[in-house]
Design a protein around this ligand. Structure first.
Ligand SMILES: Cc1cc2nc3c(=O)[nH]c(=O)nc-3n(C[C@H](O)[C@H](O)[C@H](O)COP(=O)(O)O)c2cc1C
Length: 431
């Protein structure tokens, strides 16, 4: 199975007395250290999440978001990707960039540069931004509805892909005899004119080591899956249990097939936040201690509020929720609500190891590894995206995974123990 890691360029765990607090976390030393640990464990990629606001969705103001450092401060993902790319040699590095942030030309240039900088290990997580406030921050009066955002994304990706293809292979000849650096016949104007975007081209960056960087996508709505099926090399997904994972992956693969793509070229990684211990009891104690705290509940409610623009602080904790919909992350909302379960808000916020995890994995590394292998057998592929169940990442949690879980997965022979290739896309397609 493939393994990815989900992280943001945000503060590490800072409240636990057992975690070393480095006030200079923002210089990325912590994040680079984590990346090196993941590379040692042969993860396919590290995906750096990103958003564009100091959210005021939870509690109607930025107070709780700032006080608890919920999704903020969060520094620019592409900048961190550059630093990690230079500190690693095999790990894939994927950064999030919203189509609302940059004109397509600027983004194409940035991601092409990152593919060069990483010698072909860069990926772009294509997001449309799902928060009203993010739209306001980039000069829009309102967030376009989901359908329009994805229509924009279709066109945006089309023009970016054309710009990335504007330099043929072999355009850079560096021929000293003729004094020619670039063969101009191999560099083409793009002349893209669409409904939302226009760009003349060519790009001023040569063809990248991967031809184009890897494309990652995360939208779980039917429209989001369609977009992913047409464009993505890998998808990061939230789904409820094995049944939900099977349905998600089968749907995306069927859509890819209809779009004329080989479904095996799209690797679907399901989000997991395992809690590991040296015995079943130890792991369960850790889990129950972790979730039954105000900080955990606030973190979960803050996170779901931020990505849905619904203020979960207004609902009583010990009652069931009314039906809810959002123009933001509908997939994450559905996962959180566990519709039909009749659970109270507190039960939803404290269930398992956090609402985002596709499976409730709590146990020793050997037991959790076996459950992951079994789930992959049932789902058919392709792997998992691991992340901390807490709001803030600790070195100890990464160690639990890289030095506990990954060796247990290796014992079962279900993960790689060395990289097959030098580029991200090749490693994704290695199996
Ligand atoms: C695992 C995961 C990671 C995501 N990462 C980001 C991110 O870094 N930035 C962002 O703006 N949206 C992120 N999203 C949101 C998606 O890109 C998408 O906008 C959202 O799921 C809504 O699309 P949908 O309505 O098709 O589900 C993420 C979603 C998931 C499930």
């Amino acid at each position: 199975m493939h393994l990815g890691w989900f992280m943001n360029y945000a503060p590490p765990q800072w409240t636990n007395p057992l975690d070393r607090v480095n006030p200079s976390w923002s210089n990325a030393d912590f994040h680079i250290e984590v990346a090196k640990m993941l590379e040692q464990a042969c993860f396919d990629y590290l995906m750096i999440e990103d958003t564009l606001m100091v959210s005021d969705a939870f509690g109607g103001s930025t107070a709780a978001t700032l006080k608890h450092a919920l999704q903020v401060p969060k520094l620019d993902a592409t900048v961190l990707a550059a630093a990690i790319a230079k500190a690693t040699t095999k790990l894939g590095v994927i950064a999030t960039a919203s189509i609302l942030s940059y004109p397509p030309f600027t983004l194409a240039r940035m991601i092409a540069s990152l593919d060069h900088l990483s010698d072909g290990r860069f990926g772009w997580n294509i997001v449309t931004s799902g928060e009203e406030q993010a739209a306001h921050n980039v000069g829009l009066d309102t967030l376009p509805p989901r359908q329009t955002r994805y229509d924009m994304a279709d066109e945006y990706v089309e023009v970016v892909t054309k710009l990335l293809a504007s330099w043929d292979e072999g355009a850079v000849v560096m021929d000293r005899e003729t004094g020619t650096f670039v063969d101009h016949t191999k560099v083409h104007e793009t002349n893209f004119v669409g409904k939302f975007y226009k760009s003349r081209g060519p790009l001023n960056v040569p063809r990248t080591p991967q031809g184009r960087p890897v494309y990652l996508q995360a939208g779980g709505s039917p429209r989001g899956r369609q977009f992913a099926a047409e464009t993505a090399d890998s998808i990061v997904a939230v789904a409820e249990g094995i049944e939900g994972m099977v349905a998600y992956r089968d749907d995306v693969r069927a859509r890819a097939q209809s779009a004329g793509r080989n479904p095996d070229d799209i690797k679907v990684l399901f989000l997991l936040t395992p809690v590991l211990g040296d015995s079943a009891e130890d792991a369960e104690n850790k889990r129950s201690k972790m979730v039954n705290t105000d900080a955990f509940i606030t973190g979960q409610l803050g996170m779901i509020s931020t990505v849905t623009d619904i203020d979960f602080s207004t609902f009583p904790l010990d009652e069931a929720l009314p039906p809810l919909t959002t123009n933001g992350e509908q997939g994450s909302l559905n996962k959180f609500l566990q519709e039909g379960s009749g659970k109270t808000l507190r039960e939803l916020a404290t269930s398992a190891t956090g609402f985002a995890s596709c499976l409730p994995l709590v146990g020793t590394p050997a037991v959790v590894a076996a459950q992951m292998a079994e789930a992959m057998d049932a789902v058919g592929g392709d792997g998992f995206l691991l992340t901390t169940p807490l709001q803030h990442l600790s070195r100890r949690y990464v160690t639990d995974i890289t030095e506990g879980l990954v060796p247990a997965l290796r014992d079962l022979g279900v993960v790689r123990d060395s990289y097959e290739h030098d580029t991200l896309r090749e490693n994704l397609r290695a199996f």
